[in-house]
Design a binder for this molecule. Sequence first.
Ligand code: NDP
Length: 608
Amino acid sequence: MSSNAEGAAARTDSQFLGFDPDALRTKYRLERDKRLREDGNEQYTQVVGQFKHYIDDPYLEEIIEREPLSDEIDVVVIGGGFGGLLAGARMREAGIKQIRMLEKAGNFGGTWYWNRYPGASCDIESYVYLPLLEELGYKPKKKYIDGLDILDYSKQIARKYNLYDDVCFQTEVTEVRWDDDLERWIISTNRGDKMLARFVVMSNGPLNRPKLPGIGGIDSFKGHTFHTSRWDYEYTGGSAQGGLTGLKDKRIGIIGTGATAVQCVPHLGEGAKQLFVFQRTPSSIDERNDRPTDSEWFESLEPGWHQKRMDNFNILVSGGIQEEDLVSDGWTEIIRNLLVMVKNEDEPDLSPAALYAKMELADFQKMEQIRKRVENLVKNESSAESLKPYYRQFCKRPCFHDEYLPTFNRSNVTLVDTAGQGIDRITENGIVANGQEIELDCIVFATGFEVGTEYSRRCGYELIGRNGLSLTEKWADGASTFHGMHSRGFPNCFMMGHTQTGFTANYPHALNEQAKHITYIVEHCMNGNHQVVEAGEEAEEEWVKTIISLARMAERFLADCTPGYYNNEGKPSERSLQNANYGAGSPAFFKLLDEWREEGSFEGLEIS
Ligand code: NDP
C-alpha cells in the first residue's frame, strides 16, 4: 500500500473508531517511559526494624494467653484467609478431622481482616467472589459486598466447617522445618510452639505484606502516619462506613492512587479539613453500578449455579468466549466489545495475530470510554487530564467507583500529580512533591503490598526442606514447582497462591480449585496410609519449562505496560517469567487439574 493510501486507511479507521490507534500507542509508550526506573521492587521500604510498627494489629480485642504447643497434627494450615478457609472446608468435607489453622491475626478473614479502611469493599461481583455460597446458603446483600460483611462471612465459613475448633490466632509462624527421620514438619511460632504436622498447607496471601515508599525522610515526619491495611480509627474517628470526624481540623496526605486509595479517598475528602492526594499513576476507574440483591432472582437460581457463574466470569475475563455474559460488568466489558467487533467482521475466522490486534482495539475503546468518564466527572480541566490513565486496561488493576472522581471537585481536596515520578521526599512537616513542600498533620500510606519480592520474605518465615535446604536457596533463580503447589525437596507441603498456577481476577475461585486439588491428594495419602508425597524431579522441571514458555506469550504485552506489580515494576526478567502464573490462563489450568485428578495415577508425584 502506498503511504498516501495507508494514511487514508488510518484516517478511515480513526474516523470509524473515534480515536487514532497509532497516536494512542505512542502516548502509552511515553507515559510508561516516564515511570520506568532502575530500582524496580527495590524502590520500596520493608516493614521491618524501625518500620515494624506499621504492621501491628490495631483490631485486636484482647491478647490471647496460651501455653506453647508441641503435639502432632495431621494437617496444619498456615493462614486464615479464603485460601486457608477453603483448604480447611474441603478437607472437612473429605472427613479429615485433625486440622489446625495458624493465623497471625486475631480472627479469620485474611485480607478482609486487615483491610478495614473506610469504604473497603469488593469490586468483583459478590455472587462469584464469595466462595461456598451454595454450601452456606448465603445471600449477599449487594452485587458488590462491603469488606466488613466479607469478614463476617469468613467467620461463618469457619463456623460451618468447625475450623474454630483447633485454631491458633495471634500466632506467627517463624520456621517450618522438615524432619526426615520423623517424616513430619516441625512448625515453630512466636508463641514458643514446636508442633509436628504430617501435612502443611501454606496460604499466606498474595498481598499480605504492606510496603512503604523507599524515599528519604520517611522516618523524620513528626505528624501521624499509618498504612491503609492497619487503619487507625482512633485517630481518624468513624468506621469502615466512613464518618471520619476526627479529621475535621486536620491536613491529610495520602500517597498512592491504587484500588485501596480509590475506595478510601472519598471518605477522607469528606472528613478532612484538607486532603492532598499524591498520585504517581492514575488508576482506571469505571462505574460501579452497585445494587441490592434481587431476592426473587437469587432464590430462583438452580443448584450448581455458583460454579457455573464463576466459570462463566472467569472464562470471559481470561479472554475466552461464552454465549452469555452472566455477570456483565466492567470486568467482562472488553470481551463484549470484542464480540461486537468480531461479529461486524466479514472474516470471522481470525488468526491469533488478528485477534490480538482486535483485542488491542477493544482495549483502546474501553480506555477511551474510561478517559471520557474522567472528563465528564471532574470539573477542573487540569486535574481531569492528570486523572486519565494511558495504558491498557489490564496493565494495572482496574477500579470501579462512583464517588472517587467527583471527590476532586471538592474545594478541600487537591490532586498532587507527580507526573509518574512519585513524591520527592518526606520532611518533619509534610511531603515534598514536584519540588514543593506541603505541610500535613497525617500521612496515609496507600502504597500497597509486596508482590515480586522473595517468597519467604513475604511469608515472614523460612521453609526448610530435606537436607536443610531452604526454599529461598532453592528458588534463588526463580520459583520451581509442580502445578504451583508442590516443590521437590519439600514433601507433604502444599503452597496456595498465584506463582506457577492459574491466576484469575476472582482470586477465591483459584484458591477453591487449589483447595479441592490439595484435598484430593491429602485424602489419598491418608486413606492409603502413604507417608510422603513429593513432586517428581522430571515433572517439576517440565512444569517450570511450561510456565516459562507460556509466559513468553505475554512478554510483549507486559513490557509495553506501565510499571506496577503486574509486570514486576516494569522490569520483566527471566526470573519474573519463571515466577509467572500459568500463561494459558486459569480456565485451562483448572481443566488441567480436573483431568489430572480424573486420570487418577498421580502422575508427576512420588508417593511412598
Ligand atoms: P497498589 O499497589 O495497587 O497501589 C499502590 C499505590 O501507591 C500506587 O498508586 C503507586 O503508584 C503508589 N506509590 C507507590 N510508591 C509511591 C511513591 N513513591 N510516590 C507516589 N505514589 C507511590 O496497592 P493497593 O493497596 O491500592 O491495592 C493492592 C491490591 O489490592 C489491588 O491491586 C487489588 O488487587 C487489591 N484490592 C482489591 C480490592 C477489591 O475490590 N477486591 C479493593 C482494594 C484493593 P504507581 O501506580 O505509580 O506504582
